[in-house]
Design a protein around this ligand. Structure first.
Ligand SMILES: C[S@@+](CC[C@H](N)C(=O)[O-])C[C@H]1O[C@@H](n2cnc3c(N)ncnc32)[C@H](O)[C@@H]1O
Length: 355
């Protein structure tokens, strides 16, 4: 998953500057607003231990796969059902299991019944989030993964890997303009492609990593860190609403969905970092309570907190600095789904060395 908010094109800037500032080069990186874990993954690739956290459950699944998983998967208990696993070696196992899931019978369940064209055609409000075939495939695959888990035919590492692969695959064929608040009126080209599970590969290494699914302000009161990286939301759009369908596929909990918005109840996942009236209080509470040696923050000047407010809050912990880099960001274009216009901006990396 890669949207305009992602730090993907800034990873080098973030990594180089954190390593330059932090005295002990072997530090643990805590990426506590992790989303897809793209920043943590970069540090994991460079052999750091990583701690990841996010409020959203689908983010937790992605991070359990990309960060927490760090050894090969064997799928040993699936040998009876997928005999090809006997023939090939470990490098092919992930692909074999994904291919097997791609060829399952389709199922008419939650995603098909709530978010596909076919089931809702003729209803008062049609919903074109997915083509019929992709919604049916998604339900078939999601149910199979859960039944394997229930029967203990896959372990937690395999479960998170398969779910992450499904989340990545379904997002590629979603008929939306970037986020899931609304669908497009006609199925776009990429939504007409067949949903295809591909292995959501992760870096192998020897470190044990930790992943949490908590509100950051609660988490930091019960945990210790070394180097904390913060990349909070920067506007009023809640991530819980932006990605509600991914949350439902991750949880697959048959939720009640609301009339017209077709969204699950996201109220308990509303973030104070998306509220102008709450963000300063939440950020101050966060920064003052973090037990760590360094805090780094990505936050630009056009967002909910201004640069002076950030400086004032972070300076309370001691030695505050800010680094800047010009950067050509891709901006959402309202008329074309997921085509983005370039826009020059300045990227800020604030940090404080803690006394
Ligand atoms: C800007 S995104 C992070 C982007 C990520 N660094 C990247 O480059 O892809 C912010 C993330 O913070 C999460 N979030 C918002 N409020 C939170 C809170 N109170 N506790 C934990 N996570 C939160 C959101 O769910 C979202 O995934």
């Amino acid at each position: 998953m890669n949207y305009i908010w992602s730090k993907k094109s800034l990873l080098d800037f973030i990594y180089k500057n954190i390593v330059k500032v932090v005295w002990n080069k072997n530090f643990i990186l805590s990426d506590l607003f992790a989303w897809t874990g793209i920043v943590g993954r970069y540090f994991k690739q460079k052999w750091h231990k990583v701690i990841a956290n996010d409020l959203q459950y689908y983010s937790y699944i992605l991070n359990k796969n990309y960060i927490w998983n760090h050894k090969d998967l064997y799928f040993s208990w699936l040998l009876d059902e997928i005999p090809e696993l006997l023939v090939w070696n470990v490098n092919n196992y992930k692909e074999i299991v994904c291919n097997y899931l791609n060829n399952l019978p389709w199922k008419k369940w939650f995603i098909y019944k709530n978010y596909s064209v076919g089931w809702t055609t003729g209803a008062e409000f049609e919903r074109l989030y997915f083509s019929d075939e992709n919604a049916l495939r998604c339900d078939g695959i999601r149910q199979k993964i859960e039944s394997w888990k229930k029967k203990k035919l896959i372990n937690d590492n395999e479960y998170y890997f398969l779910l992450a692969s499904l989340l990545e695959a379904i997002d590629k064929v979603a008929n939306t303009a970037s986020v899931y608040w609304a669908f497009l009126k006609k199925l776009k080209k990429s939504a007409l492609k067949t949903l295809e599970l591909k292995p959501a590969n992760y870096y192998l290494n020897e470190q044990e990593h930790d992943v949490f699914n908590e509100d950051i302000n609660s988490l930091i009161k019960n945990t210790s860190h070394e180097v904390v990286y913060l990349d909070p939301p920067y506007n009023h759009r809640q991530y819980s609403g932006n990605y509600h369908i991914l949350e439902t596929i991750a949880k697959y909990d048959n939720p009640k969905i609301r009339w017209i918005t077709w969204m699950r109840d996201c109220s308990i996942q509303k973030s104070d970092y998306c509220k102008k009236s709450e963000v300063l209080k939440a950020f101050d509470d966060l920064v003052q309570n973090i037990d760590a040696k360094y805090i780094f923050l990505s936050y630009n000047d056009e967002w909910l907190m201004n640069l002076d407010e950030i400086k004032k809050i972070m300076s309370k912990r001691w030695d505050y600095w800010v680094l800047k880099q010009k950067y050509r960001r891709f901006k959402a274009d309202k008329t074309e789904a997921r085509n983005h216009k370039k826009d020059e901006t300045i990227e800020y990396l604030h940090y404080v060395k803690i006394k």
